[in-house]
Design a protein. Structure first.
Length: 256
């Protein structure tokens, strides 16, 4: 076998000794050359991760937010993009669920498009809402394996729902995260905040400067300003120095 043929054989995966018995080179069947995912084993089923990362604050603002979540039942986390508001809230929610402090996690987010209309979305309700709720799925899957997350969602221990489906509910024994709250009106936020039940924690995250609503419609800034006078509610304001994404993010937000 020439050197070129040997390289091609190794590249195509036919590296088993049995392939050379008759002097011919055989390619592996297509099913053995298919895509591979880090979450998948030989049978393409998701692996369950064996450990859970312990998060640590990377800035004074993040430390204040984590401390507030541990001490208060209602927390308002306001700050620019990249400060870890949503990630910390979901990480704390997972910790509380795994420790048995709460019985379920409820994640909610307004279905508001960022400046452009997506038009008609096919499918059932879950499929229509998937593009809006994807950031929550991403943050949750980073804290839990995909297999574990799907199992908890099937059991009802994790629920991801749009704001419009929260009216009339009382969320007892739950860790509630309201994400992208700058896209909620004052009345929507009032409705969401009053869902808080016994033995529950609610974290409301958002950036008042990045609302996709018309000017003056977002209620996040007004609600946070009124809550700062209440001792039992924590209002944590993160700044550019708390941004943990690429350093250019903080520089861009400083001039935009």
């Amino acid at each position: 076998m020439t050197k070129r043929a040997l390289k091609r054989t190794v590249r195509e995966g036919a590296n088993d000794a049995g392939h050379y018995d008759d002097g011919k080179v055989r390619r592996l069947p297509v099913e053995h050359r298919g895509g591979w995912s880090p979450l998948s084993g030989p049978d393409q089923e998701e692996r369950d991760q064996s450990y859970l990362k312990t998060i640590k604050p990377k800035s004074p603002g993040q430390a204040s937010l984590m401390e507030a979540i541990d001490d208060k039942n209602l927390i308002m986390a306001l700050g620019p993009a990249g400060t870890g508001k949503t990630y910390i809230a979901i990480a704390k929610a997972v910790e509380a669920l795994e420790a048995g402090k709460v019985g379920r996690i409820v994640l909610s987010r307004p279905a508001v498009e960022a400046g452009e209309s997506l038009g008609y979305l096919p499918g059932d309700m879950e499929e229509k809402l998937a593009p809006y709720l994807r950031p929550l799925y991403d943050a949750m899957s980073d804290r839990l394996s995909v297999k574990r997350m799907r199992s908890l969602m099937a059991e009802g221990a994790i629920e991801i729902a749009p704001v419009g489906f929260m009216r009339g509910r009382t969320l007892n024994n739950a860790f509630v995260v309201i994400d992208e709250a700058q896209n909620c009106t004052y009345m929507q936020l009032k409705m969401l905040l009053t869902r808080l039940g016994w033995n529950s924690t609610m974290v409301v995250t958002g950036d008042p400067n990045q609302s996709d609503l018309l000017p003056g419609i977002s209620g996040l800034g007004d609600v946070a300003k009124k809550f700062e006078a209440l001792e039992n509610i924590a209002v944590v304001r993160l700044a550019d120095r708390d941004i943990v994404r690429h350093p250019l993010v903080a520089e861009m937000l400083g001039v935009l």
